[in-house]
Every structure is written in structure tokens, then in C-alpha cells.
Design a protein around this ligand. Structure first.
Ligand SMILES: [Fe+2]
Ligand SMILES: [Fe+2]
Length: 158
């Protein structure tokens, strides 16, 4: 399936592409991941033009959405008895902890903390989708659960 890249439409400044190899085949998860890529690219543009707006956007939009996404993903795994759930949850928990430790400094306007949390989040997100999230996509497909999950989740994307 060809995935439209939401970042191509308005600039050549996009640094992260949502490529086909990042798809899990769970539509709600793919669309949330795609939103995050779009938001990350937007925050990258903001860093170059308006740092304070970038901090606010990162704090209010991206972190908020990441948390909603992680919870949504965990709910689907739990509901479908995904066997690697505990391990996947550990990865999410560790990420939450690392980010939360930096958030107060970001909120206080510390540019170093912002760049650190930005780099950690982007790196983690891309690596996590590719190496960890894709595993549930494969397992759901093997269990013939993909269509069922897509039908259940079609009305509940964020
Ligand atoms: Fe995940
Ligand atoms: Fe995810």
C-alpha cells in the first residue's frame, strides 16, 4: 500500500518520513503514528522559526498525543491477549519515565532540555515503531486478527 506522506505538501524541511516499512497494518495505529510524524516535522519547523511556540507545541500537543497513543496501543494489545504485551509495556513505561524527568525543565523554558527531550522522543518513536510496534502487527496478522481489530477501532481513532 502506498502511504501518502503528510509532510511533503508544504515544505522541503521535513526530516522524518513515514515510510511503508513503519506500517503495522493496524489502521488506527498507523494513522496515529503518521500524525506523530507530521507533528514532529511541524515542531522541527517551529524550532527554526519560533522556539517558544515550539516548546509549547511539543509540551501540549506532542507529549499529550504520545500518551494517548501509548495508552490506546496498550488497550488493543491487552484486549487481544498479545503475548509480548508485558515486554512492550515495559518499553512504553521506560520511555514515559525518561520523558517525564525532562518535562519540568522543558516547561521552565530550558532549551537544552527541550532539544534533549525532542531528540530522545524522535529517536525512540522511530526505532520503537520499526522494531517493537511492528511485531504486534505481524502477530495480529498471523492470528487473523487484523481485520477484526481494524473494524473495532475504525470509530475510535484519536
Ligand atoms: Fe508501542
Ligand atoms: Fe506506537
Amino acid at each position: 500500500m502506498n502511504v501518502p506522506n503528510p509532510t511533503n505538501k508544504d515544505s522541503n524541511m521535513a526530516i522524518f518520513d513515514f515510510t511503508e516499512n513503519l506500517q503495522t497494518s493496524i489502521d488506527a495505529m498507523d494513522s496515529e503514528h503518521r500524525f506523530l510524524f507530521d507533528a514532529i516535522n511541524h515542531s522541527y519547523e517551529l524550532i527554526r522559526t519560533d522556539k517558544h511556540q515550539a516548546y509549547t507545541y511539543f509540551d501540549t500537543v506532542i507529549l499529550n498525543y504520545v500518551e494517548k497513543h501509548l495508552t490506546h496501543e496498550e488497550n488493543i494489545m491487552r484486549k487481544n491477549n498479545y503475548p509480548d504485551f508485558e515486554q512492550h509495556l515495559k518499553a512504553h513505561t521506560l520511555f514515559r519515565k525518561v520523558v517525564m524527568e525532562l518535562v519540568p525543565a522543558v516547561q521552565a523554558g530550558d532549551p537544552k532540555a527541550f532539544m534533549e527531550v525532542y531528540a530522545i522522543s524522535m529517536g525512540w518513536l522511530i526505532g520503537h515503531i520499526e522494531k517493537v510496534d511492528k511485531k504486534y502487527g505481524k502477530w495480529y496478522a498471523e492470528q487473523n486478527l487484523t481485520a477484526k481489530i481494524n473494524a473495532e477501532e475504525s470509530a475510535s481513532s484519536l
